[in-house]
Design a protein around this ligand. Sequence first.
Ligand SMILES: [Zn+2]
Length: 427
Amino acid sequence: MRRRTLLLTGAVAAAGAAWGLRGTAVAAVDRGLNRFALDPDAPEPDAADRALHRALFIADLHADSLKWDRDLLTWSDYGHADLPRLDAGNTALQVFAMVTHSPVNLPWRDCLRAEDINHAAWLAAIQGRPVRSTRGRAFHQMELFWDAVHRSRLSDGPELRPVLNASELLALIEARARGEAVIGGMLALEGGHWVGQYDPSPGVVSAEIRSLYDRGLRVFAPVHRFDNPLAGSSEGCRKYGLTPAGRTALEVAEAHGMVIDLAHASEAAIRDAAGMLKKPFIVSHTGVRAVCEGICRPDRNLSDDALRAVLDSGGVVGVGYWGHAVGEGVANIARVMEYIMEMADKRGLAAGAHVALGSDFDGSVATQIAADELDVLTATLRRAGFDDGTIAGIMGRNVCRLFATGLPGGSASMARAVGRALDTGFV
Ligand SMILES: [Zn+2]
């Protein structure tokens, strides 16, 4: 009996130690990949910067926080974003993206392939998440989001409130205007790799899109960093356009009221999508090739042709905070935004109406802005000479306008109602 107890105690201790080691390994990977490269020359926000920042409704188009074993409701001392840090930075609406397949470029070649070592799968393995199925990983991350939504209602911290349609966006804006401690959350997919993989027939593709919609997905990016059954990637080896399955997927997603995100898409895919989509689309987290120096990587960013396609659709471009997207230093974030504004102006569009935030927090990048010190970005834009109205647009209003028309229940009159609510409660 005593021997059995000892054995059992030993087994429990060993399992505990293994679990602890697993946690340590996950945290080490998280710390290593989601770093900060904070800019020593970034402006220190003054009282006027902070006052403007507190008066903004702030929306961010892309964070990969659900990929990591951190509690969304707890302030973590590593990684980039969680609800308390977003709250400290005055973020009002955060889009959370699901990454499910992420090839590592080893040995190095000019393009990424689906068969390369899959970082998302081995991360899932050490985190005890679905290993074999990209679909399984996506739905697992959606469950983590809904679990955080429910737990946030019982917590002392801010409530994570899902935004599934245009009226819920309006309600979120009104709640924040009343001073309620709520942060809106939306679910996005970064690469529908399994959609159409085994059966590209329209019925099967539509059913997959429908199941994502039913679980709350509202931003759909067909492709990530490699060519997949829906579309070619900007870093893929063939960089093709939309496949027939990709066309079906985008058509069905848009008809359901999902916003289409062409981040990571090849130029051909962006061209194809621009030719078929009926509503404005977004590129959630990017830089532009024309303003890309030093550590900035052109292939990751928008060409002028692709940028024109987004602008002409009436869409918005979420500008990233990390060096590969914009180059080194926060001043470059403003430079990229200025370039997009000049391009919009040349096309006869409202210059400031098409730029947004696309942090890529927790996207295995080194960000130059921290979620809890987002006022540094407001200060940066003010130093670059942006006026308050332009800053308010970039920091959130442009995204609200687009979501107010693109989400289920969205319309021009809903966009006007959202605009009025923003006018009442915010800058
Ligand atoms: Zn990405």
